[in-house]
Design a protein around this ligand. Structure first.
Ligand SMILES: [Zn+2]
Ligand SMILES: [Zn+2]
Length: 151
């Protein structure tokens, strides 16, 4: 377990007790799985991993736990415009852009300090206080791009 994970579990625990919810082993297991995933997972992705070891945990529990993880501030919803809600871990991950292929769904992340700098500069210039940044760029990946030969 990394230092971040320990911190994240503490934050989650505090959030749970603040909400007046009881400690549950199922929830603990779900958040541990979520924190071990890299990148973007949908409720179904997470459910498929969880059920392998704990078939008694239902999709609804997974969904509710994910919502708790989001409201605790540990995860954020990302939308790739394909009707699937995905979630990503926030801690230790700087603001980044998502590039999404509209043809095959392939996506990747780009971490570049300039993106953040520019967003801050533009916000400041208009006296705007950003609460959440999101940058999603839709297009065609290398494989699907116009220059690639189609079979
Ligand atoms: Zn593609
Ligand atoms: Zn991301």
């Amino acid at each position: 377990m990394t230092n971040d994970t320990v911190k994240e579990l503490e934050i989650f625990d505090r959030h749970i007790s603040k909400k007046g919810l009881k400690h549950s082993q199922k929830r603990d297991y779900i958040i541990t799985v979520f924190l071990s995933t890299t990148r973007h997972v949908s409720v179904d992705d997470l459910f498929q991993i969880v059920r392998k070891k704990h078939p008694e945990i239902g999709a609804t529990t997974v969904y509710r736990t994910l919502k708790l993880i989001v409201s605790s501030g540990l995860a954020e919803e990302v939308d790739f415009d394909d009707g699937v809600k995905r979630f990503e871990r926030k801690m230790g991950r700087e603001y980044h852009a998502h590039f999404i292929c509209t043809d095959c769904g392939y996506h990747f992340e780009v971490f570049d300090k300039n993106i953040k700098r520019l967003s801050h500069k533009l916000s400041e210039a208009s006296g705007f206080h950003p609460k959440k940044h999101r940058l999603e760029i839709f297009g065609l990946c290398k494989k699907c791009g116009p220059s690639s030969p189609k079979p």
